[in-house]
Design a binder for this molecule. Structure first.
Ligand code: ACO
Ligand code: V55
Length: 294
């Protein structure tokens, strides 16, 4: 595993391993809460990884006991309370820029590897990741109400998307915590696994994603994130445009190879296996669906 020097600072760290970029919230002594500095460094990191060939999948995780304890109450709120309106708007914009725009629309597949505490503002990057695997012992909470604010920074919108109305309102209004298993049961994360298996399961999932046509995979997630806000006809049109566009940009080699392997060579069952460029055979390993431990 190699670690890069980070020209963008100390609050974020990146490790490259097996074509995966493990991006760390790197303020373990502050439970990885998000300061204005961290927000800027996360943007720079994620932006750079979009063009970094060592990164085929982004895994967002935390150093130490926390994934992220939310916005930094000291540096993000208290210390900016008396700044100008323009300054406050700027730090909000910098938070949204990485949490809601750069991460949500990232060029590479993204997986949240939830290793510990997740509070308040951390729900936004969590739900911006394409997929999420939690440790059973991770602890989640919409703690805003416990200290006198409502879930802002689009936390409310992100949980409306991922927790369902009953769960979202329950946790918004009570501020109670819940664990990884509960998060999986409500669909906030894909799966929850024992802490010891977290890294292994995430690597396995990343490997599955790396077996797909990357251009089409990117278009697939972009399409999903756009169409839910479109009317039926516009969505249909848009999906065809993105489908044609992604085939054009990828060259369609994967698609044609897979059709040949299935229709002519009878080597591949695309319902069960992923096409593999090298030999035209299905790669069973990459496609076999793994059930979670829940
Ligand atoms: N903002 C600022 N500092 C924080 C935050 C935060 N969100 N979370 C933790 N820290 C700091 C603590 O102040 C402490 O700093 P210090 O060592 O300089 O005193 C350090 O991180 C360690 O935290 P402890 O509270 O000592 O750790 P403990 O393990 O006892 O508790 C816990 C961990 C439960 C995460 C606790 O720190 C906590 O409740 N944090 C706040 C969680 C929260 O409500 N976040 C805000 C959500 S709302 C929003 O994001 C808009
Ligand atoms: C939150 C709140 C914010 C913000 C980012 O509740 C995250 C989380 C009230 O402002 O800017």
């Amino acid at each position: 595993m190699s670690s890069t020097k980070q020209p963008w600072g100390n609050t974020v760290d990146v490790e490259f391993s097996d074509d995966i970029a493990f991006v760390y919230f790197n303020r373990p002594d502050k439970k990885n809460c998000m300061s204005p500095t961290l927000n800027r460094e996360m943007f720079a990191t994620l932006h750079a990884l979009e063009l970094d060939d060592r990164c085929k999948v982004v895994v967002l995780t935390g150093r130490g006991a926390a994934w992220s304890a939310g916005m930094d109450l000291k540096e993000y709120f208290r210390e900016t309370d008396n700044e100008s309106d323009a300054f406050k708007m700027r730090i909000r914009e910098e938070a949204a820029a990485w949490q809601q725009i750069k991460l949500r629309n990232h060029a590479k597949p993204t997986i949240a590897m939830v290793n510990g505490w997740v509070f308040g503002g951390a729900f936004t990057p969590l739900t911006s990741c394409d997929l999420a695997i939690a440790s059973d012992d991770a602890t989640f909470g919409l703690s805003e109400i416990n200290w006198g604010i409502l879930p802002g920074g689009n936390v409310t919108k992100s949980v409306a998307d991922t927790m369902g109305q009953r769960n979202a309102l329950y946790y918004i209004m009570t501020g109670e915590t819940f664990d990884g298993k509960k998060a999986a049961a409500m669909g906030l994360v894909n799966e929850s696994v024992p802490a010891k298996q977290l890294g292994k399961r995430v690597r396995e999932l990343a490997k599955v994603l790396m077996g797909k046509d990357p251009v089409v995979l990117r278009a697939a997630k972009e399409v999903f994130k756009r169409v839910r806000y479109m009317d039926w006809e516009t969505a249909n049109d848009y999906i065809y445009a993105k489908s044609d566009g992604s085939q054009h940009r990828s060259g369609g080699e994967f698609r044609h190879g897979a059709m040949k392997a299935f229709l002519d060579d009878k080597k591949l069952k695309p319902g069960l296996d992923t096409y593999k460029k090298d030999d035209g055979k299905g790669s069973k390993k990459a496609a076999s669906p793994k059930k979670s431990g829940k």
